[in-house]
Design a protein. Structure first.
Length: 375
């Protein structure tokens, strides 16, 4: 957030656009006491009785300074983890008899995705069955070793089609060909593309399905040349996204490219981030904070002090025993339950850590009452 934006936020909080009763400018801190003496309450201010403050469980913490691990902020975009991505293609010429999966389906390893009718597949099975019968017939004769070698060669022809020894042994035990070649999922994950359609003719190499495991994603980021010395693969990272304001997603830098972009003077990197609950999506934009190892002193408040008003960060500053004022803030890094405050409050002030919802409710009620009075 830049200085222009924080100025805009300050103006917005002062105006409290959704609260018509709060159209006056925010006053300096001492003005709250002056206004109370004159019977007026400054915009964005809540005054409670001692009993109401106690019943509401309101507590406050002092704004402090703390030493934070240095972080480098870089923009990024989520994508599927290439190490957990698989494209399933046709291994034989044939016709798709059945397409059993569509985009969005969750699959497990070995699950049947499609079945293909293929003359090549049927011929390969028939060759194995014939070679096995011949090897059994000639086993004790002088042609036995050659017959066994022919059988081994016939078995190998089924391997490129996705069959292993288990399937081939089952074929020999059954004594008759399997009518369709099953296309199976190579990993657990989600079907993200499914061009396979029942009745379609396919050639070897034609794409049938694309699978990804969304439990682990990559964030593609670009690290500026001036920051390269401060980060390395293995550096911890924290990701944030507009889709989940206030939530942080821990990750780790796993790749840092060997080539610098001549135009942007950046190097591309990959941050691996866990996504067990599946809330993150490939294609989302993120802001990543990479640990740089450069410690610094910053003004911080407990994370519980941070509130959201009209999608903007605010805190309630305690100005007296029962007087609280809404204050817009500019936030920086988050670390260990603390939030860096770049602007809006100063060390030594007190901010509400519990009971903020009550204060917002009181602010709304008084504002609506004023609006009704003006009507």
């Amino acid at each position: 957030m830049n200085r222009t934006k924080i100025t805009t936020i300050l103006a917005l909080a002062a105006a409290i656009a959704v609260f018509p009763a709060c159209r006056r400018s925010l006053l300096p801190e001492h003005a709250g006491h002056d206004a109370q003496e004159n019977g007026r309450v400054p915009a964005g201010t809540v005054i409670l009785s001692i009993a109401a403050a106690a019943d509401g469980g309101i507590s406050a913490a002092r704004v402090e300074t703390a030493v934070l691990a240095g972080r480098i902020s870089v923009p990024g975009e989520l994508e599927f983890n290439a190490r957990r991505l698989a494209e399933v293609s046709a291994r034989v010429e044939g016709r798709i008899e059945k397409a059993a999966a569509v985009a969005g389906d969750r699959v497990v390893p070995g699950q049947i995705l499609a079945e293909i009718y293929s003359r090549e597949f049927l011929a390969a099975q028939a060759e194995v069955l014939q070679a096995a019968a011949r090897a059994a017939r000639l086993r004790d004769g002088p042609e036995g070793p050659a017959a066994e070698a022919f059988l081994r060669a016939a078995r190998r022809k089924l391997l490129p089609l996705g069959w292993g020894d288990e399937e081939i042994d089952a074929l020999l035990e059954a004594g008759e060909p399997v009518p369709f070649l099953s296309v199976r999922a190579p990993l657990a994950g989600t079907v993200i593309e499914a061009p396979a359609l029942a009745g379609a003719h396919v050639e070897p190499g034609d794409p049938l399905f694309k699978l990804a495991d969304p439990a682990s994603l990559w964030a593609r980021v670009h690290v500026f040349e001036k920051d390269l010395a401060a980060v390395r693969p293995g550096s911890s990272a924290v990701l944030r996204t507009q889709a989940f304001p206030g939530r942080e997603f821990p990750g780790r830098l796993v790749l840092l490219g060997p080539v610098m972009d001549e135009k942007t003077r950046t190097v591309e990197g990959r941050i691996e981030v866990g996504n067990a609950d599946g809330c993150l999506r490939a294609g989302m934009y993120v802001e990543a904070a990479l640990a740089s190892g450069r410690e610094r002193t910053a003004v911080v408040v407990p994370a519980s002090a941070l509130q959201e008003f009209q999608s903007l960060p605010v805190v309630f500053v305690r100005e007296g025993e029962t007087t609280f004022r809404l204050r817009p803030v500019e936030i920086g890094d988050r670390e260990g339950g603390l939030v860096e405050i770049v602007g809006g409050v100063s060390a030594g002030e007190w901010v509400v850590t519990t009971g903020g919802f009550l204060l917002k409710s009181e602010l709304l009620k008084s504002s609506l009452a004023d609006e009704h009075g003006h009507d």
